[in-house]
Design a protein around this ligand. Sequence first.
Ligand code: HAM
Length: 453
Amino acid sequence: MSKKFSRLPLKGMEDFFPSDIREINWIIEQIIDIVELYNYEEYLGPLLEPIEIYAAKSSEELVYEQSYYIEDKKGRKFILRPEITPTLARMIARKSQELKKPIRWYAIPTCYRYEAPQKGRRREFLQFNADILGEDSLYAELEIFSISVDIFTSFGATADQFQIFYNNRRFIDDICELILEIPKDKMPLVFKILDKSDKMEESEFEKYVIDSFQDEFIVQGILKLKESNGIQELLDKFDEIPEKFYDSEGYKDIKSLEVLINETGLSEFCTFSSSVVRGLDYYTGTVFEVYDTGKENIRAIFGGGRYDDLLSLFSEEQLSGIGFGMGVLMFSLFLNTYNLIPDFVYERDFSDTVYITCVNESVAKYAIQLANIIRGEDFPCIIDYKFKSLKSQLSRASELGILIALIVGEKEMEQNEVSIKNMATNKQKTINSEDIIEEIYKILDELEEMESE
Ligand code: HAM
């Protein structure tokens, strides 16, 4: 016997069977409905991009440890997109003059990251993105938070099941500069440490901070930045705060955002979190991540933030943007955890499908003509090409859950007729082929009446 190849996909890649696709489409269609209510338009870029556009402002880890590369015939190396935000910036820079601001766009790219496959993380994954560019005020943050909340609640999720944890990089910058007096060039390290903090045990984190910063005052300061769930709660941890801190942009921004969140009814869904700083370098202001509040799904479902100068990679123009990426897999795990996906999503709906049975092959062409008439009226239609006994064809139809069947025999074909059967009542009659559509509607009405009784 010849050797058989593995039936499994490559590690971290996924096969999507029809019922998986039904779930994904159901989720995505609902999310599209939400973002379109906010007037976002869909865009998409290429799967391959130059490495530089990620190397410049995404993160070293993402580009040098987690990316897939592809080489073309001329030996040029490209990156298989690990995220779409740099592509978005490139596309906007390309047409910025023509685009009316603010620009509201969404995309559903497949992305690639060479990560250890684990719950909620794959090497190939679908990510839903929504971004608003050209709106500098905090109303953009509010809109993005509001979309995120609407997405969750439209599926029936409640505030005790998910939370948006938000922070502001400038605010953390200001604490580090004005309170802890950490040199500016050390800030990338502070963000890196904080970004990794939730994946580390307390003692491991402490050691990491001590190894990175020998200064006791700074070490104690950074340890305080881990896990505060209130702005004041965090500030209360510091003995002395200079007056100029309260005038800093970061402090004023996060306080104003907190007020807006409280005033617009979003507060039950949003919590400040001092350790959310995000691993991507291009974020400059507000940053946030959405988590399941239970123990089941520990990784972020959404991640996003504001980026003030991503466009500078491609043009002189400064255009600030804010948006999020949502892992469709993470979101589906979340929905499954809380039983928020109804069973019908996984089942095929045959309620208006017509099943054509043929007594033998001689009537096949006539059956095809009938099927064309039926599909022309937008009813799905299946022809049974096995030409087994009528009994077996009808039982196959009934196994599928078909409610309307046609029976095509030689005599019917000669007289341009067909028998139509309501599979729920077993009532059957012979009709002229011109009346098929009318009869289908009649049966659908009968079925509806039966259901409402
Ligand atoms: P990110 O945090 O790298 O942000 O990814 C956002 C979300 O994508 C994550 O919270 C997670 O749900 C999902 N995700 C990331 N990696 C994987 C993976 N290996 N497998 C499955 N899902 C994954 C960004 O990508 C930013 N570009 C988002 C953004 C848009 N910021 C502003 N606009």
